[in-house]
Design a protein around this ligand. Structure first.
Ligand SMILES: [Zn+2]
Length: 358
């Protein structure tokens, strides 16, 4: 089995026939070498940051495109070999501690309620978001202030069920608002404006949000063209490469076309409730913590809360998680490449897969 993302092209070539065929349908992989000539005056600096001058003279770059979704990633072995070091760890802990006793620590008086009231679980209670993304936009305020406090599968399941309870109350209030989306921006680096642990929920009308509707249509088109299920094939390829892990029918993959560092996709069983993803989400978060990740985005989507007349059979509950990097780093992890071209990735999905299986 391949040890590094820079050998992906060769690894795919040696896959079993069915996985190879699925890879050919979904992926376009190409490898190139970037070259440069460093002046002698730079050698010492290069050695310090990259280990050796030869390491930067020739750099192997792997480009992976998903031909179905048009997501794309560029991996550079030089970036992948850089040591992981979260410099902002102490600052993060100090900031979390200093923000204790914020309004989310007393949600009944510190946050607004929705027009249908609040939904309460064992580990959290809902509030109405004060500046809304959409007609219904709620917050699931955790009873625990510290967003980095460990959460086991039971706590995550409780959060997912409380959030779903909120969505169902919103649907009762507006039967057209049937498209439910759950998100978590953990810490400022990931877009979170409040430190206290919380998720956010929206329900929307008309169609699901465009990226989710696009994924549904792409999966339908894939089935129509190839007579094969897109998500099954995505799993087949990742699992054959050693990038998948499965438990109770729920599949986790370390994506080879990640939106940014260490993206994990968690695919539920078609027709299953998203709370079935809780153990896999708990494992994914544990793998993140082991890798020093403290700031991440998580999102969850699935079929609508009530039938909309469209074909959702190809879409099972889907959770996505992505590492947003060091909160102590002032340089954003995304730039024009990620917004308008393809994602530039340092972390090797093969290392992430090892952590997911641990
Ligand atoms: Zn708090």
């Amino acid at each position: 089995m391949t040890a590094s993302i820079v050998d992906l092209e060769e690894a795919v070539t040696s896959l079993p026939a069915d996985a190879r065929a699925a890879a050919d349908r979904i992926l376009a992989i190409s490898t190139t070498t970037g070259r440069l000539k460093p002046p002698p005056q730079m050698h010492e600096w290069i050695q310090k940051f990259f280990g050796s001058v030869d390491a930067v003279r020739e750099q192997r770059i792997v480009r992976v495109d998903n031909r179905i979704t048009f997501e794309g990633a560029l991996f550079n072995e030089l970036r992948a070999f850089r040591p992981i070091e979260v410099k902002g760890g102490d600052e993060v802990r100090a900031t979390i501690a200093s923000s204790l006793n914020d309004p989310f620590c007393r949600p009944e008086t510190g946050t607004p309620a929705d027009i249908f009231g609040r939904v309460e679980g064992a580990h959290g209670i809902t509030a109405s978001n004060i500046a809304k993304y959409d007609g219904f936009h709620g917050v699931l305020v955790f009873k625990e202030h510290d967003p980095l406090a460990p959460q086991d599968a039971a706590a995550i399941r409780d959060h997912l069920m409380t959030a779903r309870g909120w969505a169902e109350r919103a649907l009762e209030a507006d039967p057209a608002a049937r498209y439910y989306f759950l998100l978590w921006n953990c810490l400022w680096r990931a877009g979170g404006s409040i430190v206290h642990g919380h998720m956010q929920m929206t329900v929307t009308r008309g169609t699901h949000y465009p990226r989710i509707e696009l994924l549904r249509r792409q999966a339908l088109a894939y089935d129509a063209r190839y007579g094969s299920d897109y998500f099954e094939d995505l799993w087949l390829v990742h699992n054959a490469l050693g990038l998948g892990t499965e438990s109770g029918g729920v599949r986790s993959i370390a994506s080879i076309v990640p939106v940014k560092e260490r993206e994990i996709l968690i695919l539920g069983r078609p027709g299953a409730d998203e709370s079935s993803l809780a153990p896999a989400i708990a494992k994914a978060v544990a793998a993140y913590r082991a890798a020093g990740v403290v700031s991440d985005n998580r999102a969850l989507c699935g079929p609508p809360l009530s039938p909309d007349g469209e074909d959702w059979r190809r879409v099972a509950p889907l959770a996505r998680l992505v590492d947003r990097g060091d909160p102590g780093n002032r340089t954003s992890d995304i730039g024009a490449m990620e917004l308008y071209a393809a994602s530039v990735i340092a972390a090797d999905p093969f290392r992430l897969a090892e952590a997911l299986r641990a």
